[in-house]
Design a protein around this ligand. Structure first.
Ligand SMILES: *Cc1c(COP(=O)(O)O)cnc(C)c1O
Length: 400
């Protein structure tokens, strides 16, 4: 499988079965996302194989926030994935889509009492704790509900990764995780709530879209000794949750480059955790689903101005926030192939913000009102970040 996008008979086809995207359009229904479930499942199996240690697969918990579409979740669950969730809403969605509670990891810095109670009553398998007051709150709620909470400590190793500053999470200046200096306090709280809190492991998550893995290796190096010292204290402390964040190629949808990065990632895990008798957990989001989604939008107007030519489409930052939020660049492919020479355009949406663009100075064959375009590599953090800003409808989502 080299590519998921290609023209056949002049029509853009998508996915492992090369379905002509034009066949999915129902006129007047507005922009829609298309997900290729077979490809998403294949990515899961690739990661599962690559990251197995001594023949034992890691527990791979898909980060729901990347794409919580129920069919995507059911497919991943069926293939053996667990769920990584960050809110009560995501716990509910994971349960509805068939994830057994013990395969759900609940992370997030702002867990409310209602959310913690819901997690405890639902017997969620692991709460990744991000601060001392949260650990105390979980202990108190478990006492109140007469439950035992399996907790892992999300540690902030204070290492940097090369990514957009909004998606870096493993630096001391970020709000995520607990600093290593808090370990004595953590142990005191565990002793205070010895009936209610069961420490099962530690976790880290350095951020998203990691393409250079030196920081990841460094973080593992810092946390392995910590894991060992804690595992010596508590008999059920066995899990090492290495988080998510594996990056992907957006420039050219290079599936082989992604695969090479996966192999380096797996090798770093094998090397740094060598000899550690732990249960490895991973929380990938983007890597599993990003290429498995495209967004189909229709050109409304072509508007030449003295400065540039705008191609105005019926979807925008309300459906795909990444260009506005992260300066992300997504490829744009017309659904109908054209032999005409490319022209340079700005592809923009209908929203009343100048940040509402898909691409600037983008070379594309000339578009006309009524044409359809595919925005590529939007299976992750696409529909899940959509809003009704300007009271536009949410995008539809279709699975193939
Ligand atoms: C967002 C997130 C992930 C997934 O990150 P990706 O970059 O999509 O792999 C994993 N774990 C936690 C705690 C997260 O917040």
């Amino acid at each position: 499988m080299k590519t998921l996008l290609q023209y056949q008979n002049g029509q853009l086809c998508f996915g492992e079965k090369a379905i002509p995207l034009v066949s999915l359009i129902s006129a007047g229904n507005g922009p829609f996302y298309v997900y290729d479930l077979a490809h998403i499942e294949r990515r899961f199996r690739q990661m599962s194989e690559a990251t197995a240690r001594a023949g034992k697969p890691a527990q791979i918990c898909f980060a729901l926030k990347a794409n919580p579409h129920p069919e995507v979740l059911r497919r991943l669950q069926g293939a053996g994935a667990g769920a990584d969730v960050v809110s009560g809403g995501e716990i509910r969605r994971a349960l509805e889509c068939g994830f057994p509670p013990e395969q759900i990891i609940y992370s997030g810095v702002g867990k409310t009492i209602a959310e913690i109670d819901f997690a405890l009553v639902s017997s969620v398998g692991q709460l990744n704790v991000e601060s001392l007051p949260e650990l105390r709150r979980i202990g108190e709620r478990a006492r109140n509900l007469k439950k035992r909470a399996r907790v892992a400590f999300r540690l902030n190793p204070d290492v940097s990764i090369q990514t957009h500053p909004y998606i870096a999470t493993g630096l001391a200046e970020n709000k995520f995780g607990m600093e290593l200096s808090l370990l004595p306090e953590i142990q005191k709280l565990i002793a205070e709530f010895s009936q209610e809190l069961e420490p099962v492991g530690l976790s880290l998550h350095l951020g998203s879209q990691m393409q250079e893995l030196g920081g990841f290796r460094e973080a593992l190096r810092r946390l392995v000794p910590v894991w060992k010292s804690l595992a010596a204290k508590w008999p059920n402390f066995r899990r090492f949750d290495a988080g998510g964040g594996l990056g992907v190629s957006y420039e050219a949808m290079d599936l082989e480059q992604d695969h090479a990065l996966l192999q380096s990632y797996a090798q770093i895990l094998r090397e740094e955790l060598a000899g550690l008798d732990c249960e490895l957990q991973l929380e990938p989001g983007r890597w599993l689903v990003v290429h498995g989604g495209v967004l189909i939008t229709q050109v409304q107007y072509v508007k030449p101005t003295s400065s540039r030519t705008f191609v105005i489409v019926d979807s925008g930052m309300n459906h795909l926030l990444r260009p506005a939020l992260y300066q992300a660049q997504h490829q744009i492919w017309p659904l109908k192939q054209s032999a005409a020479a490319p022209v340079t355009v700005d592809v923009v949406g209908p929203i009343c913000e100048s940040a509402d663009f898909f691409a600037k100075n983008y070379p594309m064959t000339p578009a006309q009102a009524g044409d359809y375009l595919a925005i590529v590599d939007v299976g992750a953090y696409g529909a899940s970040m959509a809003s009704t800003y300007n009271l536009q409808d949410l995008p539809r989502e279709i699975c193939i």
